[in-house]
Design a protein around this ligand. Sequence first.
Ligand SMILES: Cc1ncc(COP(=O)(O)O)c(C=O)c1O
Length: 360
Amino acid sequence: MHRTTWVELNSTALRHNAATVRRLAPKAAILAMVKANGYGHGADWVADQLQNRVDGFAVARYSEALTLRAAQADKRILLLGTELDSALLQDCAAQKLDIVIHDLNTAKLLAKTKLPKPITVWLKMNTGMNRLGMNATEFTQAHHLLAAKSDIAAIHHMSHFSDAETVDHTSTTAQYQRLSSVSRSLCNSQQHAPISMANSAAIIVHPETHLDWVRPGIMLYGDDPSATLPADALHPVMTFKAKVLAVRDVESGDGVGYNRRWQANGKSRIATVAAGYADGYPRQAPDGTPVLINGQRAPLAGRVSMDLLTVDVSHLPSVKPGDIATLWGENLPAAEVGQHCNTISYELFTRITQRVERVY
Ligand SMILES: Cc1ncc(COP(=O)(O)O)c(C=O)c1O
C-alpha cells in the first residue's frame, strides 16, 4: 500500500512497558488509561494487547466506554469523572461500567436511582488538584450514602496528583495524606475501600502511593514523565514517520516556507517531508526542532504548514525523495520534540489525526 505519512505502533514495546508497571508496583492492581483513543494509539488495539496484563481500563467519555465495552465484554472499565444523570447511571450499570462520582449531587442522585444491575463506584476526593472531586466532608457523606445502597457492588476511593513528577514532594505527600486519612476514617477491620491515586509519575517516584490500584497512562506508551527511569525501562510505542517528497538546494539569504521564517546562512539543502499540522505535527515547532532523516538528526527549518514541513539536511548529502523521516518515536523521544514545541508527549500523541495511517 502506498503511504506517505503514518504511525507505527509497536506491541512488544507496549507489553514491555506494562511489565515495567507491574515490576514497579507488584502489589497493586493496574487500571490502564486508554482514554483519548488510547492516548492516540488506538484504544481497542491497546486494550487487546494488554487485556491479560492489566486488571482494567479507564476512559473519560461514555462514547469511549461503549466502544471499548463492545471489544472487551468482561474486563473492568472505569468511566472517569463526567456528567451523569439518572438515565446515564442506569446505562452505565447495564453496561457493567464502573463510574467515578466526583460530586455530592451525583452521589445523591445515584442513591435514589434504581439500577438494572449493581455498580462499582469510585468516589473521587479533591486533595489539591482543584479540578474534580469532593472535599472531605462531602466525600464522607457520599461514602455513607452509597454504602447504605444495596445495589452498589463496591466503593473505591480515589484522587489525582497534580505534580507527582516534580522533585519537590511536598504537595504529593500532602495529597496522599489527605485521602489516606479520610479513607482510613471510613473503614474498619471488616470494611476497606480499595484506594487509587498513582498516575505514571507516582508509580515511578512515589511507591508509597501505589495502594490498591495504580492508574498508568503515559508510561504505558513509553514516556517517563519523571525522567528518572533507566533508558531501557520504557520503550516508545508510537513512531511517527513520513516520506521525503522533495530535496532542493537554496542559496544564502533564501527563505523557506511561509513568511520565509527560516533563511539560509549559506548554500543549503532542504528536504520537504509529507507531514504537517493537519497530521498532528505541531505548528508551533520552532526552527531547530529535531527530525530524523534516515535515522540521522536534522533541524526543522521553516514554519510547519498544513501538509508539509521542511528540514535542513545540508549535512546529509545523500538524502533524496522517498527517504524516511521520523518525527518522534524510536531514537527520537516525543518528550524531546515536545520540549522544543512547548508541549508534552501526551498532546503530541493525542493530536495525531484521522488521515494518518496506523500501522500495527
Ligand atoms: C484520573 C487520571 N488518572 C490517571 C491518569 C494517568 O496519568 P499519566 O498519563 O500521567 O500516567 C490520568 C491522566 O490524565 C487521569 O486523568
